[in-house]
Design a protein around this ligand. Structure first.
Ligand SMILES: O=C(O)CCC(=O)C(=O)O
Ligand SMILES: [Fe+2]
Length: 462
């Protein structure tokens, strides 16, 4: 595995830039399209064996920070992943959020889910996406999601500062991007109430846990006293996202490994994850060039959760704390007769983001990396499905020109193809009654362009 021919490397390099270009297929992958992954060989990654690895340590949050910070530093600068125990999320929290999510996904029929459908994927409501972006119709990689944001009387206030500062009229962002949580009316009143209470209380427990971890991260970077709250100032609105996911079960014909969610990095400060099956999540290990299983079992008797640092933490720390590729693999079991079954799976993911208007700059000791400051909200549009089309369109176009100059023919064609798809989509949106004003259209293009400019200069070297 360590050997990667130059030809393969080159091919990967070409492929890597355009990788996961369409954010509406997988919305958390945005930054991955902006930087060349440091990874050597995605093709070979698929060929490697998978091993369980002791390199993801368990950090006990009940211990003093001085005792655990070295372990945190080691884990986050190594794989960017660690398990935490004794967090503000209890075992009961985990059990109830997993069982409520399972109940919602498996017992509610599509008519109930449709009432909370989130067609523009603004991260509040129910939606389905393809985890591997496969174009094969029968590919079983649909992932059902139910997403909630911070529950508050006026969710628009969470992002208004950012959007006003950027001169975007409320009509563009208010109804779509900053909409309230969409709570489903479930088959019984009891279920409806419990579902909502469980989700909200789990969200709050995630906020408390993220607070603990962000302080611990600051400490592990050498900050003491009041400075351990350094990262909290950027998160004080807790405008984050909680997302239970359902990976349906399916039959596979061959014994080949089946990926259910493609490799990606998270556009977060930190991500917190629980899953209801022992296995599924895998983490790419840059040292051994292998996928590491990150098993996570409830049966361990403690409320252990998996935490990883995302792109924002990597920016703050000049890449010292990693934003590492990870993916979800199916857990197949062999029935004595008939085909192989891949088990269904529930995971609940909490994406902790900074406030939209928060300016992200490397910490002083990492300023040699000299990224220009960028706000969190500048990057988030890559996550918004509908809203974001122009940003992606402009991005694709500029990348296309960039490659054209470098005479990278293969990618040119691929980008051209993507540009055509996006153009078609954009035109449809502009023509449909939803966005019939030229002003809206032009604004989106301008916004997309400015996002592209800042992102490109920010991440191309990263
Ligand atoms: O479902 C999982 O275990 C992982 C999900 C994930 O990585 C993501 O949504 O970013
Ligand atoms: Fe992820």
């Amino acid at each position: 595995m360590s050997k990667c021919s130059n030809r393969a490397k080159k091919a990967i390099e070409l492929g890597a830039i355009g990788y996961q270009m369409l954010p509406h297929f997988n919305k958390k992958l945005s930054i991955s399209i902006l930087k060349k992954p440091k990874l050597q060989c995605p093709v070979f990654r698929h060929m490697t064996t998978t091993t369980k690895h002791p390199r993801i340590p368990i950090v006990d949050l009940s211990k003093p920070m001085s005792e655990i910070s070295a372990l945190v530093h080691e884990a986050l600068s190594d794989t960017g992943f660690m398990y935490v125990r004794n967090a503000a999320i209890s075992k009961q929290h985990i059990e109830s959020v997993l069982s409520m999510s399972r109940k919602f996904f498996t017992e509610c029929d599509s008519s109930v889910k449709r009432t909370v459908e989130d067609p523009i994927s603004a991260f509040r409501g129910y939606y389905v996406y393809k985890g591997t972006q496969s174009n094969v119709l029968h590919s079983n990689d649909n992932i059902e999601c139910f997403s909630i944001g911070k529950e508050c009387a006026n969710p628009y206030s969470l992002r208004s500062e950012y959007f006003k500062r950027n001169g975007l009229p409320e009509s563009i962002w208010k109804a779509g991007i900053s909409k309230p949580n969409q709570w489903p009316k479930l088959p019984s009143q009891q279920f409806t109430k419990e579902f909502r209470e469980t989700m909200q209380s789990y969200y709050n427990a995630c906020v408390d846990t993220s607070t603990q971890i962000l302080r611990l991260i600051a400490y592990s970077l050498g900050m003491t006293g009041e400075d351990v709250d350094y990262f909290l100032q950027f998160h004080n609105k807790w405008d984050c996202n909680l997302e239970p996911k359902f990976y349906p079960k399916f039959s596979v014909q061959k014994t080949e490994e089946k990926i259910r969610l493609s490799e990606h990095r998270d556009l977060t400060s930190i991500t917190l994850l629980v899953q209801d099956q022992l296995s599924g999540l895998q983490v790419w290990d840059d040292h051994s060039h292998e996928w590491i299983d990150a098993p996570l079992s409830l049966s361990s008797g403690e409320g252990i959760i998996l935490c990883n640092t995302g792109d924002f933490m990597a920016m703050w720390t000049g890449g010292l704390y990693k934003s590492t590729l990870h993916r979800v693999k199916a857990s197949p079991f062999h029935s004595h007769h008939g085909p192989i079954e891949a088990l269904d799976r529930i995971s609940v993911v909490f994406f902790a983001w900074p406030n939209h208007e928060a300016v992200i700059q490397p910490l002083q000791r990492f300023t040699s990396t000299s990224h220009p400051p960028i706000t969190c909200g500048d990057l988030m549009p890559f996550c918004y499905n509908n809203y974001n089309v122009s940003s992606v369109f402009v991005f694709a176009l500029l990348n296309y020109l960039h490659f054209w100059r470098k005479k990278k023919q293969v990618m040119m064609l691929s980008f051209l193809f993507k540009v055509i798809i996006l153009l078609r989509r954009e035109t449809n949106i502009a023509i449909s009654g939803k966005a019939n004003s030229l002003n809206y259209f032009v604004r989106k293009i301008q916004f997309g362009y400015s996002v592209h400019q800042s992102c490109l200069s920010q991440f191309i070297k990263y």
